[in-house]
Write a protein that binds this ligand. Structure first.
Ligand code: 5GP
Ligand code: ZN
Length: 116
């Protein structure tokens, strides 16, 4: 998947609407269209990366930033102490359906482990 026809690139640039909760120069966070928990937020890099599988060491800063942003959103929205789940589905067996790398931030219920 290239950046040309990528729905998350379009959300990042504002070409497609989304319920944004946070954005900065490196990333955008918005509510998932089909939430799997009372809170389900996606955090994406502004620049297109297909998946964790194709990320490289030149993207260390943005990859770290996605995780720190997830933790910041969790604290700001008041569910950090109760807890939350962070997920990066990768490729087919990992359940990835949108090939623009994204961090799922899920909260508001208990999660089982291992996931299905
Ligand atoms: P994946 O399965 O790739 O890990 O996660 C993709 C996620 O993107 C899914 O949870 C799906 O509900 C969400 N999603 C797909 N298309 C859209 C969209 O157009 N807008 C929003 N907000 N979420 C989307
Ligand atoms: Zn993209």
């Amino acid at each position: 998947m290239s950046a040309d026809n990528c729905i998350f690139c379009k959300i990042a640039s504002g070409q497609l609407p989304a319920k944004k909760v946070y954005d900065d120069e490196l990333c955008v966070a918005f509510h998932d269209l089909t939430p799997q928990a009372p809170t389900h937020i996606l955090i994406i890099p502004r620049g297109h990366i297909d998946s964790l599988d194709t990320a490289d060491s030149g993207q260390r800063e943005v990859l770290g930033h996605l995780l720190l942003t997830a933790a910041e959103i969790a604290r700001d929205r008041g569910f950090a102490e109760a807890g939350y789940r962070v997920v990066i589905n990768t490729n087919s067996d990992g359940g990835q359906t949108v090939f623009h790398l994204h961090v799922h931030l899920l909260a508001g219920r208990e999660f089982v482990f291992p996931p299905g």
